[in-house]
Design a protein around this ligand. Structure first.
Ligand SMILES: NC(=O)c1ccc[n+]([C@@H]2O[C@H](COP(=O)([O-])OP(=O)(O)OC[C@H]3O[C@@H](n4cnc5c(N)ncnc54)[C@H](OP(=O)(O)O)[C@@H]3O)[C@@H](O)[C@H]2O)c1
Length: 481
């Protein structure tokens, strides 16, 4: 990466002492710094309400977090923390508190000769998004002599109306081109590779349509439960947590038309077209919701969702969703897209499977064991990132029998370890590249698709932890997941 393209900046993390900062943002920024990918002149200001923290307290908090993450040497960590990290309390978030923040920012920029290039990252509970944008705006921090960018974490709203309201609110203070809505899935190399895979390999593009494709499955399976985040998950559920954002983004990348250029707006515009062409979700026939009960994962007993700390014993929150969608356009009319996600499933797996139409007749049928399986292209996004193209071969000897084998490619074999998604996204924000972020209209359109599902929740089916979800999902052809 050419670091000469990055301008000096001040990175302000609103909610700079939270879990996201500790586990993701701080390690990612630190790794980029020691890999020499950040400009020499960069500073980080963590902001939170607590007045018990100061610069030194925050540096030691960050030091502990980075050491716990097992990153690099003590000496490197200490010098980065000393040179680059600062803390500012926001107290109760009054206008005076935001003015104090603005003064602190100007002082830091003077001291470090920074050119008023500012990133404000909202690593905050969603309820704090609007008050924070307002506080920053009223204090004049929404614009500067350099550039000002606002990064908003997920969840972006909890339904169509709230996402729209949040967009309107943000646009009162900032232009859309200043806003970076994060979906960390899009920072994964394998997800970005979907576009290269499709648009740099004409052999696949010519097969990528209703004439050749029978169905497409996109699955985000997690073996983890809710990891102590009942407060958040009880309000969210699988539809809001994964379907509306990660799964829907993957769907658009798999199905969109070729953009006019590899540029943010051209790509977002193609995504929008797909979202507008999705047919309404048929709740009764095309959706199955589930919730995990106790079971076993990797030989370990795990409790059911309703027994998780902080979850009520009659919770109706779905931890699994499977649905079938159709896209009414020339390319995809009639092809079913099966989207599914769940917690406490058999194992962690994010995979896109494109099943091609089978041979119209089989000349091998007179022989036994000669059922022809469809060709399937499996794109694995995690773990063991790569892809497999499955096809039929003749096994050795007589009589003729067919077996399915695959051509495969593995990222780790070709390139070694992959960078963390947050590293990619943070560099893009610094560079001003919005390709991997979500445009306002795309966020709203993604919520709109699932509005009926959020309003009239279908029945909840139960599945044991460690399975692949409720049996009822088989009713809409999910038996293979
Ligand atoms: N944790 C993850 O792995 C993860 C993954 C994806 C997305 N996210 C999203 O990232 C955001 C942050 O999550 P988190 O897990 O880091 O939350 P968290 O651990 O609760 O941390 C929240 C941070 O915000 C500060 N804060 C809380 N209320 C505030 C307010 N009203 N005004 C200003 N600062 C406030 C907290 O410090 P004070 O209490 O001192 O103010 C703390 O620094 C959420 O939107 C979450 O959905 C998190």
């Amino acid at each position: 990466m050419d670091k000469t393209r990055l301008e000096p900046y001040l990175f302000v993390i609103m909610g700079g002492t939270g879990d996201l900062m500790r586990r993701k943002l701080l390690p990612a920024l630190y790794r980029l710094a020691i890999q020499n990918q950040l400009p020499d002149n960069h500073q980080l200001l963590a902001v939170a309400r607590s007045a018990d923290m100061d610069d030194n307290g925050f540096r030691s908090w960050a030091h502990d977090a980075l050491t716990a993450a097992g990153l690099a040497t003590e000496e490197q960590i200490s010098s980065w923390c000393e040179e680059c990290l600062h803390y500012q309390t926001l107290g109760a978030g009054t206008p005076a508190d935001y003015r104090a923040l603005a003064n602190r920012i100007v002082t830091l920029e003077h001291a470090h000769r920074l050119p008023q290039n500012r990133i404000f990252y909202l690593a905050l509970p969603p309820t704090a998004f609007m008050p924070t944008v307002e506080g920053l705006g009223e204090a004049g921090l929404n614009h500067s002599q350099g550039w000002t960018r606002l990064v908003v974490e997920k969840p972006f709203g909890r339904d169509y109306n709230s996402a729209r309201e949040l967009n309107h609110f943000i646009h009162r203070f900032l232009d859309e081109r200043q806003v970076y809505r994060i979906d960390h899935y899009l920072g994964k190399e394998t997800v970005q590779n979907l576009l290269v895979f499709r648009f740099a390999n004409p052999i696949f593009e010519s097969l990528w349509n209703r004439d050749r494709v029978e169905s497409v499955k996109i699955m985000v399976a997690e073996d983890l439960g809710i990891e102590g985040r009942a407060n958040y998950y009880e309000q969210a559920g699988a539809v809001r947590d994964v379907l509306q954002n990660h799964l829907t983004q993957l769907l658009t990348l798999v199905t969109m038309e070729i953009p006019a250029a590899f540029e943010a707006d051209a790509i977002h515009t193609e995504k929008m077209k797909v979202l507008r062409q999705l047919t309404p979700v048929h709740i009764e026939n095309d959706v199955v919701l589930g919730q995990y009960t106790e079971g076993q994962i990797n030989g370990k007993e795990v409790s059911g969702y309703r027994q998780e700390p902080g979850v009520t014993s009659d919770s109706q929150t779905e931890t699994f969703v499977a649905l079938r969608l159709y896209i009414a356009n020339w390319r995809w009319q009639g092809v079913p897209f099966y989207l599914s996600t769940g917690k406490r499933l058999h194992r962690q797996l994010t995979k896109i499977s494109v099943t091609f139409r089978s041979a119209p007749v089989s000349i091998f049928m007179p022989f036994e064991s000669c059922e022809i399986h469809s060709n399937v292209l499996e794109i694995t996004l995690q773990p063991d990132e790569g892809f497999d193209l499955c096809f039929e071969v003749k096994s050795l000897g007589e009589p003729i029998t067919l077996q399915t084998h695959s051509l495969h490619f593995r990222y780790a074999e070709a390139f070694g370890p992959l960078p963390d998604a947050y590293e990619t996204l943070l560099l893009d924000i610094m560079r001003g590249d919005k390709t991997l972020f979500i445009r306002a209209d795309v966020t709203e359109a993604s919520w709109r698709i699932y509005a009926p599902l959020l309003e009239q929740k279908p029945p909840l089916y139960f599945y044991p932890a460690g399975s692949w979800g409720p049996l009822e999902a088989g009713r809409i052809n999910f038996q293979n997941i």
